[in-house]
Design a protein around this ligand. Structure first.
Ligand code: KIV
Length: 266
């Protein structure tokens, strides 16, 4: 494994240039300082402080209870831990309901965490929100397809873009978000052929999760990549490690060692 020690942080221009040159973009979530540092040393292009924080770290069933303060606290830790990756922070549920609210939320995240970009879930209706932030000099990553903050309105977690109308709605959303100034767009659980078509239609990079191999980049929840969780990962995530077993085994060995110690006599 190579350790990347560059100190210059990647910018949105670098990300766009990588897409133009045909280099695939690698993005992972991070929620804390140490993990951010390790992923940075490994050479990750972008770190996402996702509101998956709610499921993965805070133990909620959905991302809905995650607050702006939660996001700022963890984004600041990731920012401190990384030196090279472009750091993107999600605006959580309720923090981007209209352009003014989104701007206030994004300003708070940028000023108190130091991250370089904001991510917002939503289709065509999110375009005016993206435009407002971009006009104020904020780099925005869009997010369409499965948008977990809308899980109850969507009626569950499933693949998007299966019907002709649904596919057209995603194409329209992707184009509107690009026109609004997003520098990249996450395609979550989008039919792979449609994700490939959208990727070909846009200048900005698409970052896929569960959307096939033909996006300009890929993002994964770190815990799904390293096998660190209490539940099995989604089927599209192919874990490259089994950290849960390493943690359980180390804890078992420690417990056994402590329990086996002879009582000390004075
Ligand atoms: O919150 C998150 O981790 C995300 C990714 C799954 C794209 O939005």
């Amino acid at each position: 494994m190579s350790i990347h020690a560059e100190t210059r942080r990647l910018t949105t221009r670098d990300i766009r240039a990588k897409k133009r040159s045909g280099e695939k973009l690698a993005m992972l979530t991070a929620y804390d300082h140490v993990t951010a540092g390790l992923l940075d040393q490994a050479g990750i292009d972008m770190l996402l402080v996702g509101d998956s924080l709610g499921n993965v770290v805070l133990g909620y069933e959905t991302t809905i209870p995650v607050t702006l303060d939660d996001m700022i606290r963890h984004a600041a830790a990731v920012q401190r831990g990384s030196r090279r990756a472009l750091v993107v922070c999600d605006l959580p549920f309720g923090a981007a309901t209209d352009p003014d609210t989104a701007l206030r939320s994004a300003v708070a995240v940028m000023q108190h965490s130091g991250v370089q970009a904001i991510k917002i879930e939503g289709g065509v209706a999110a375009a005016p929100i993206v435009r407002r932030l971009v006009e104020q000099g904020i780099a925005v990553m869009a997010h369409i397809g499965l948008t977990p903050q809308s899980v109850h309105q969507l009626g569950g977690y499933y693949r998007h873009g299966k019907s002709e109308d649904a596919a057209q709605a995603l194409i329209d959303a992707a184009k509107a978000l690009e026109a609004a100034g997003a520098f990249a767009i996450v395609l979550e659980m989008v039919v792979p052929e449609l994700a490939a078509d959208i990727t070909a239609m846009l200048e900005i990079p698409t970052i896929g999760i569960g959307s096939g191999p033909d996006c300009a980049g890929q993002v994964l929840v770190l815990n799904d990549l390293i096998g660190l969780g209490l539940k099995p990962p989604p089927s599209f995530a192919k874990p490259k490690a089994d950290v849960a077993t390493i943690v359980r085994d180390a804890a078992s060995a420690y417990i056994a060692e402590v329990k086996a110690r002879e009582p000390q006599r004075d």
